[in-house]
Design a protein. Structure first.
Length: 218
């Protein structure tokens, strides 16, 4: 069983599913040369993909092109189905920093064949994640600055106000498909600037009011 913690408390949650929203920042869609999707792009990572803050990323041998994607993570604290946008934030226990690691070569190969691409997203260590800041400590999740550095160099920088779907809308749309259960984690998409990481790299992601996350590559 995989657990995440609420920062500066004794509170922890057993993680169920990790539901991810792809293509939620327009500049990221453009940098990948993709079309703006008609509906939310939703996929899942297994809980076994989680990696604690300060952990070591292990890129699978079957890939030569692993990319970093810095994301705001949401921790569900109260279960719900068909959650209304006006009630959405009340279902959250906290906010965290996550890296949604992607094997871009494998993802592209699977897409070209019309096949699912979870193997590019769900491998072990594919989801480094921080402890969670209590939801009440974050003023507005839709206006937070995000920055990712690799070896001290800024690779990604953006703000959650650039998201095509707000945190509230993300929760509402996902809960119309999946019942969101206590301990589930939602990843909200990444801003532009994704790029390859290699052995020996050190990643540091920060999100305003939420905290930071570090990981190194084996």
């Amino acid at each position: 069983m995989h657990q995440v913690r609420i920062k500066n408390t004794q509170e922890s949650y057993t993680v169920g599913k990790i539901v991810c929203l792809g293509q939620n920042y327009l500049d990221h869609i453009r940098e990948l040369g993709s079309k703006v999707p008609d509906r939310a792009v939703i996929f899942c990572k297994p809980a076994s993909s989680l990696l604690a803050d300060g952990g070591v990323i292990e890129i699978p041998e079957y890939s030569n092109d692993c990319h970093h994607e810095l994301e705001l993570a949401l921790l569900v604290g109260k279960s719900g189905k068909h959650i209304q946008e006006k009630d959405a934030l009340s279902h959250l226990a906290g906010y965290g920093v996550a890296f949604d690691l992607t094997l871009r070569d494998i993802q592209s190969e699977q897409k070209s064949k019309g096949l699912p691409w979870e193997i590019a997203k769900g491998f072990d260590t594919a989801c480094p994640i921080s402890d969670f800041t209590p939801a009440a400590k974050v003023d507005n999740p839709n206006n937070l600055q995000l920055t990712l550095k690799v070896n001290g160099e800024i690779r990604q920088q953006g703000n959650t106000d650039q998201m095509m779907r707000s945190v509230e809308k993300i929760i509402a749309e996902i809960s119309a498909i999946y019942t969101l259960e206590t301990g589930d984690i939602i990843l909200t998409g990444t801003p532009a600037g994704v790029s390859r990481i290699e052995s020996g790299d050190h990643l540091e992601g920060t999100i305003e009011q939420v905290g930071s996350l570090q990981a190194s590559v084996a």
